[in-house]
Ligand binder design. Structure first.
Ligand code: PMP
Length: 312
């Protein structure tokens, strides 16, 4: 199993062996899903023997935003989170692509639902497995009968574990119906996102994605792609409501997210998209994205934080 390579995790202020990275089952973190988190990717560049974390500070800022919204007082400063993230990678001596998960959770002894602390934090760096071949050739997707959680109940803007119960219901339903993945509408019947990714649609050659007020997580990949579409391809992304029927007649559709990067969708509820093949703009932006995260295009090197040569 890949995870045997992980020797240490960071937990509550120190490094602990993988086997000892545990919290009690009666904490609000476990009982009520009182955990906010981030998923970050580290890309290994063999020629430089270096790992670069993509948009680390933007992920940390979103973590702090989630803590603020979820009434969790940060247990460390942003600089400490950055330093500990880099240190746990160094301590495991990774020399491959990795995925980092930073978690902040409520750890009180009495386990009360409304307790505000103590707050714990964990950082895990894991080898990044390769996506399935379907991530290249495209996914058959279904629209969920479940609606996306809303800013007026459990806000999707907070990246918290509890929110993924909604994603799980939708994901398992889609899988039970034979689909590869799922698209979730918000309570107004407009597209929100996937179970763990944002979504772009192409119509009349224009990239379109739900606005941040459509009950989505404000994805960092989404933001990256909006900027890359503009800077590299002269295309301004429309951020607006997307109707269900627009999905059926879209020229192209794709998911995007830190872990997924860019993954084409080739059918929705059995309606073929771009004749069941990966669309041209999807291919183009996927290539641009990969070149950016792997540093083959130096223009956005500011988005890439080196691990082993880090001064911090
Ligand atoms: N929406 C949801 C629900 C997600 O879990 C993710 C993955 N973090 C995304 C969108 C994409 O966000 P990002 O590009 O920041 O990874």
């Amino acid at each position: 199993m890949e995870q045997t390579k992980v020797k240490y995790l960071f937990l509550n202020g120190g490094f602990v062996p993988y086997e000892d990275a545990k919290i009690h089952v009666l904490t609000p973190a476990v009982k009520y899903g009182a955990t906010v988190y981030e998923g970050i990717r580290g890309y290994f560049v063999a020629e430089e023997d270096e790992i670069y974390l993509f948009r680390l500070d933007d992920h940390l800022q979103r973590l702090f935003q989630s803590m603020e919204l979820a009434w969790m007082k940060p247990p460390f400063s942003l600089e400490d989170f950055r330093r500990n993230t880099i240190d746990i990678i160094k301590k495991n001596e990774f020399r491959e692509d990795i995925h980092i998960r930073i978690m902040v959770f409520v750890l009180s002894d009495d386990g009360s639902m409304t307790s505000l602390g103590p707050i714990g934090a964990a950082i895990a760096a894991l080898p990044m497995g390769r996506g399935s071949s379907k991530s290249e050739t495209g996914l058959h997707c279904g629209i969920s009968s479940w609606r996306r959680i809303s800013d007026s109940s459990t806000p999707p803007r907070i990246k918290c574990s509890g929110n993924y119960q909604n994603s799980r219901l939708a994901g398992v339903e889609a899988s039970n119906h034979g689909y590869d993945n799922v698209l979730i509408l918000n309570e107004n019947g407009k597209l929100s996102e996937g179970a763990g990714s944002n979504v772009f649609m192409v119509r009349r050659g224009i990239p379109i994605t739900p606005a941040v007020t459509n009950n989505i997580l404000e994805g960092i990949t989404r933001d990256t792609l909006i900027r890359l579409f503009h800077e590299k391809h002269g295309l301004k992304t429309e951020e607006r409501d997307i109707d269900r029927t627009e999905l059926y007649v879209a020229e192209e559709l794709f998911y995007c997210g830190t872990a997924m990067e860019v993954v084409p969708i080739i059918s929705v509820d059995k309606h073929l998209i771009s004749e069941g093949r990966v669309g041209r703009l999807t291919q183009t932006i996927k290539k641009t994205y990969v070149e950016t995260v792997r540093g083959r295009d130096p223009e956005h090197n500011g988005w890439r934080s080196p691990v082993y040569s880090s001064k911090k």
